[in-house]
Design a binder for this molecule. Structure first.
Ligand SMILES: Nc1ncnc2c1ncn2[C@@H]1O[C@H](COP(=O)(O)OP(=O)(O)OP(=O)(O)O)[C@@H](O)[C@H]1O
Ligand SMILES: [Mg+2]
Length: 354
């Protein structure tokens, strides 16, 4: 599965771009402000129906316009799928061929994609929500029933929280067993996913950087050795005081540490970038292993913060994935192109690609 053609119209400074892409490595080079990240944003939009830079899709329309469009042709084993994204009248409409795509989860399976952006290191400093999103992207793909279980959990959680807010002491616990039933599934799938992810991640990280004392620990969101319903019952008074359910899979987290210290408090910027890259590439490798098809990988400004040796290791790792890869860089000389078995290079200047 790969994106063989991409058209972007009036998306930021990309007035009209139409590219035939390589099924393997696509390198996008150009000066600051030329449109490299905007191109990744266009691909991301096709895959996720949103941007990774802003929550306001209107920002993606060229300054003079209030509409934009992105079209993609995806080559699958069974033929070509077209995805069209069109934003106008403050609304994004996604079409898969002739059909309207209503849920972003349907889109995610059409064009699975993982992104290493220049903000990805924030996963270490932002709250646990970003880390859960990272885990759940993977779990969703390898265990499709996860989505329904998660939605059922959130519904039950909403009900329990409403009772807590209304101080309905007698009925709060009525949701505990439903929450536990879903929590067992969600936690089991996450736990299994992280074990498999770690098995890919650690060797990848070792091939990039020497950080032998790095540990990765999944925290399920409530204490070990106790069922969720028992824990909720024990802490019901506290939850009533707070007015919401404090613990459960909705507070799960991933603790990544070096010698017992959180990554952002000890690893260098370059090391953080390598850790985050290895996490995403491990996700792509696990995706390919479990689903028997690759996902697309985007890496924005790959050379930034990395020395020549590290850049070349990272490129080698990307090339070994068997995924279609999009890499941006300011200067093509910062990338050791000999690493790639097959690649296509695009130069972009003021939104125009050559
Ligand atoms: N809505 C918009 N309409 C037109 N141009 C825009 C819009 N939003 C941003 N731009 C401009 O588009 C250009 C491309 O931005 P982009 O972030 O893609 O650059 P880049 O090549 O990734 O640069 P850098 O190397 O600095 O990261 C910039 O000059 C930016 O100011
Ligand atoms: Mg950029």
């Amino acid at each position: 599965m790969y994106l063989r053609r991409l058209r972007a119209i009036q998306l930021r400074n990309l007035i009209e771009v139409d590219l035939e892409l390589s099924p393997q490595c696509n390198l996008i080079c150009g000066q600051n402000g030329s449109g490299k990240t905007s191109l990744l944003e266009a691909i991301y939009l096709l895959a996720r129906a949103k941007s990774f830079r802003t929550n306001r899709l209107s920002r993606l329309a060229h300054f003079d316009k209030n509409a934009f469009a992105v079209n993609g042709e995806i080559e699958h084993d069974h033929g070509v799928h077209k995805i069209n994204a069109r934003y106008e009248s403050r609304e994004l409409k996604m079409m898969g061929g002739e059909e309207l795509i209503k849920r972003s989860s349907d889109l995610a399976t059409l064009l699975p994609l993982t992104l290493v952006s220049t903000d990805s290191h924030k996963i270490f400093t932002d709250g646990p929500k970003q880390r859960r999103k990272f885990i759940d992207w993977g779990v969703f793909h390898v265990k499709p029933p996860f989505l329904d279980a998660w939605r059922a959990y959130c519904r039950a959680l909403g009900q329990r929280n409403a009772l807590l807010r209304h101080e309905s002491v007698g009925t709060v616990s009525s949701w505990n067993h439903e929450l536990e039933r879903m929590a067992i599934e969600i936690d089991g799938w996450r736990d299994e996913y992280i074990a498999k992810l770690t098995a890919h991640f650690l060797p990848m990280l070792r091939s990039l950087v020497d950080l032998p004392d790095l540990s990765i620990e999944y925290k399920r969101g409530w204490p070990p050795n106790i069922s969720l319903s028992e824990h909720l019952l024990e802490n019901q008074d506290r939850d009533l005081r707070l007015g919401y359910t404090r613990d459960g899979p909705h507070t799960a987290d991933l603790a990544i540490k070096v010698s017992g210290v959180p990554v952002h408090e000890c690893a260098s910027r370059g090391q953080q970038k390598l850790i985050i890259s290895a996490l995403h590439l491990a996700q792509a490798a696990l995706f390919a292993e479990e689903l028997d098809k690759p996902c697309i990988v985007l890496v924005d400004d790959l050379p930034a913060e990395l020395d020549a040796e590290r850049r070349s290791y990272l490129l080698k790792l990307l090339d070994s994935l068997g995924s279609q890869v999009f890499i941006t860089a300011i200067d093509e000389n910062d990338l050791d192109l000999d690493v790639f078995s097959h690649s296509k290079m695009f130069h972009v200047k003021q939104g125009v690609f050559t």
